[in-house]
Ligand binder design. Sequence first.
Ligand SMILES: *[C@@H]1O[C@H](CO)[C@@H](O)[C@H](O)[C@H]1NC(C)=O
Ligand SMILES: *[C@@H]1O[C@H](CO)[C@@H](O)[C@H](O)[C@H]1NC(C)=O
Ligand SMILES: *[C@@H]1O[C@H](CO)[C@@H](O)[C@H](O)[C@H]1NC(C)=O
Ligand SMILES: *[C@@H]1O[C@H](CO)[C@@H](O)[C@H](O)[C@H]1NC(C)=O
Ligand SMILES: *[C@@H]1O[C@H](CO)[C@@H](O)[C@H](O)[C@H]1NC(C)=O
Ligand SMILES: *[C@@H]1O[C@H](CO)[C@@H](O)[C@H](O)[C@H]1NC(C)=O
Ligand SMILES: *[C@@H]1O[C@H](CO)[C@@H](O)[C@H](O)[C@H]1NC(C)=O
Ligand SMILES: *[C@@H]1O[C@H](CO)[C@@H](O)[C@H](O)[C@H]1NC(C)=O
Ligand SMILES: *[C@@H]1O[C@H](CO)[C@@H](O)[C@H](O)[C@H]1NC(C)=O
Ligand SMILES: [Cu+2]
Length: 782
Amino acid sequence: MLSSIVFCLALSSIVQSSAVPPLNYGRRALRNLLGKRDFNTSSCLSEAAPTTSAPKANVWAQINPEDNLAVWNLLHDPASGLNLTHPDNATLTDNYVFWIDTLHTNKSSVLPYIDGDAAPPSKYARAIIFQGGKSSPDSQEYMIGPLPVSTQTSISRLDYIYNGGSGGSVPYNARYFDSKRSAATEPLISQTMQNISDITTALFGGVFYGRSDERSTLTYTSGDPQSFDGSQCFRSIMFRFPGTASYLTPLDFFLLIDCTGTDASHYYVKGFVTKERFFPTEGDLRAAFEAGELEVEFPQTRDQEWAMVNYKPELGFRDLEERFAPSTLEVGGKRYRLDKEQQYVEYMGWSFYMSYSRTLGLMFYDIKFKGERILYELSMQEAAAQYGGNQPKAANTVYHDTYYQLGTTLGTLVEGFDCPWGSTFWNVSYGSYNKTTVNEDAICIFEADMNFPLSRHRAGGSMPYGFSNLGTVKGAQLTVRSIATVGNYDYMFDYSFHIDGSLEVIVRASGYLQSSFYYPDQGKWGPRIYQATQGSLHDHVVTFKGDFDIVGSSNSLQISELKAVNVTQPWFPELGSFEQMEMEIYNMEQEAQLNYAPNNQAMYTVINPNATNAWGSPRGYRIVPGRSDIHLSTLNSPWSAKNSEFSKSHLAVSVQHDTEPLANSVQNINLPLKPQQDFSKFFDGESVDGEDIVVWFNLGMHHFTRSEDIPVTLYTEAYSSIVFAPQNFFDRAQDGDLLNRRWIEVDSETSELTYETYGVQFPTCAVEFTEPVEDIGGRVEF
Ligand SMILES: *[C@@H]1O[C@H](CO)[C@@H](O)[C@H](O)[C@H]1NC(C)=O
Ligand SMILES: *[C@@H]1O[C@H](CO)[C@@H](O)[C@H](O)[C@H]1NC(C)=O
Ligand SMILES: *[C@@H]1O[C@H](CO)[C@@H](O)[C@H](O)[C@H]1NC(C)=O
Ligand SMILES: *[C@@H]1O[C@H](CO)[C@@H](O)[C@H](O)[C@H]1NC(C)=O
Ligand SMILES: *[C@@H]1O[C@H](CO)[C@@H](O)[C@H](O)[C@H]1NC(C)=O
Ligand SMILES: *[C@@H]1O[C@H](CO)[C@@H](O)[C@H](O)[C@H]1NC(C)=O
Ligand SMILES: *[C@@H]1O[C@H](CO)[C@@H](O)[C@H](O)[C@H]1NC(C)=O
Ligand SMILES: *[C@@H]1O[C@H](CO)[C@@H](O)[C@H](O)[C@H]1NC(C)=O
Ligand SMILES: *[C@@H]1O[C@H](CO)[C@@H](O)[C@H](O)[C@H]1NC(C)=O
Ligand SMILES: [Cu+2]
């Protein structure tokens, strides 16, 4: 019997791109550029996934466009008393909406619904409102619900999810530094720079007269924090050459300003930095300049072509590289089922719901394997980065990417490159004022060959008799992927559901380094990576929440520590006392932040102490640290003192509370000394033995920058992962029920081989890649 796999490939050469970079235009538009012009309905590339019906409504789902509009209108209704101005018309001293999003649904009201007959919990929106119109201006967060908006709907302060003492209120100086606040500092920056344009011309061949002034040939950036406790505002501004790769062409010139309060006439210059020297006034700077002390040793380049992620013929040509590269294809048809309406997925025993938030991106709920709940929630909580350097911008940079609304930066994925050909693509959408913005094809779902077997064994006789049987099981996994381009970086988030019941979370980073001007400082803060550019040393720490519910919510974190012990065994009298290892097994008693044991000599398992497998072991899921599971290098930096506690340990375990749904607050970055949310307060001595526990864990990397970060960081190496794997959850490995395997036996008499295919048919799958077309069509939106 012979079946066939037909691949018919006819892709022409590289297409001339006539378009701007793909931030958010549909994959259909991109597809035309990439060569898969038409969906062939009988092709395995275009087949839609089989459907299913979610057993319950998705009560975690993001609010829909109608609710967003109704909430917007309700907030702006004079009767609400919020006294709002439309953001387009608002000034710093008006009240206006920052954003509207979905409020996390309380677990206590979800469980009776998903596990019982209770009514679904009400939906609520949350909204951040900048209240510059108040006598003591601040930012206040509100909860609005129940939704849809009706006479029952009310607007109230959203305080209960924050533990800093001021609830949802953030002082003006610490609130998000939006375009209005930035614009308020612009006159001071441009006048200051205009006054020293002779100096910047002589040193850098550039001037700054203002962002929208045509004469400007420099641009600038400033990071955060911009305040320590909300009582002050500052900007550590770094100048750069403009362009799409501006991140890689920084200059050795910094302007430090104070921007406290809503009255820009009080803003002032704190000083200038260049050549690792501080000049409090223009006069000091000018004196050093005139004394010839500010000569630039390493001129920065205005050329940015070297920094583009396009083909670089000068690097040479690799043999056979003109051929089409290997590609993953779901040749047997899609093996997962979707309920798109409910954002619900079923795959090989797994089932889960997805949600999305404008700050956190994708979130996963009610993750079950073979009908039993493993995790109630799995979600990214924060993507933090902290820099170091002997210059003000790097030293003063800690990012919390949720502050930048990471979820809204999930962009269009390129089929065949960002995700395999034929993946399922879903949009994400979020409110923009009274409208809803759609980022097309920003999530992809695909099953892929692991390219190694899940398990195998060749058993039996040794040479010369050969083996007597061989079993090997095909490895495959379902991955849900999204890529958030937050400023310079492209963070790729993968959630991979493996067929043995294990679940892997992977974060990768690509994109531009936030680089620094090159200082020959013995490489303390990174190597030189271009003629005047230094790869700026930094840490990435990406925090996740894993609310495990192993067969129910009463769980414990069991630690099995490997210990070397001296023992005597009477059957080895000649050894006397000798060293061997044994396990010391105990449950964590109290909430705590903790680090993985040195040498990975401990196993951390979330168990249900009252549920045992056939062999009497508590059923559990083990936390298997993967690549680069780190925490911040600095634990006492003023820039990340108390607002980044979640990034300071490898993992943490706390009791689940409706009042502690999030590790961080999205405006915490400017409050390092007086946080709105202090994660360390979650750990206040409650018992975690036999409770509803949440495991918070960190992925990330110490970014030891290198010249290979040019033009962009590579996903091969900038990679961090973790696996949750069944640990006595079952009575045996969950591979016995998979049909995609080979079982080969040898007849010892005749040496004849027989093998079993278990009825899995070879597919007939036609894949036709057609000539790309030049018209990109589709919708382009920025
Ligand atoms: C799809 O591809 C198959 C195999 O090449 C071909 O037989 C079929 O005609 C195509 N269908 C369409 C609608 O193009
Ligand atoms: C902004 O203000 C102008 C002048 O008062 C008004 O005409 C316009 O409608 C306002 N725009 C919005 C979006 O409210
Ligand atoms: C409403 O806001 C404006 C600023 O937009 C402010 O001047 C005014 O005092 C506010 N009114 C009330 C009643 O608070
Ligand atoms: C710029 O120079 C002018 C003229 O000397 C001076 O009045 C002004 O204060 C300066 N502005 C800044 C921001 O330094
Ligand atoms: C994504 O959005 C586009 C435009 O709004 C729409 O045409 C398309 O059907 C959406 N895709 C999915 C999978 O819902
Ligand atoms: C949204 O607001 C704008 C101006 O503020 C208005 O013109 C438009 O009609 C509104 N859209 C909807 C759907 O209400
Ligand atoms: C075992 O005993 C030896 C010899 O006394 C000692 O050197 C070693 O440290 C002991 N190991 C442990 C784990 O106590
Ligand atoms: C969630 O629970 C908290 C604490 O009980 C309560 O204050 C809050 O109103 C609840 N939120 C929603 C959306 O029901
Ligand atoms: C486990 O079972 C024991 C005995 O029935 C009970 O006392 C205890 O509360 C249970 N613990 C959990 C975590 O359910
Ligand atoms: Cu990095």
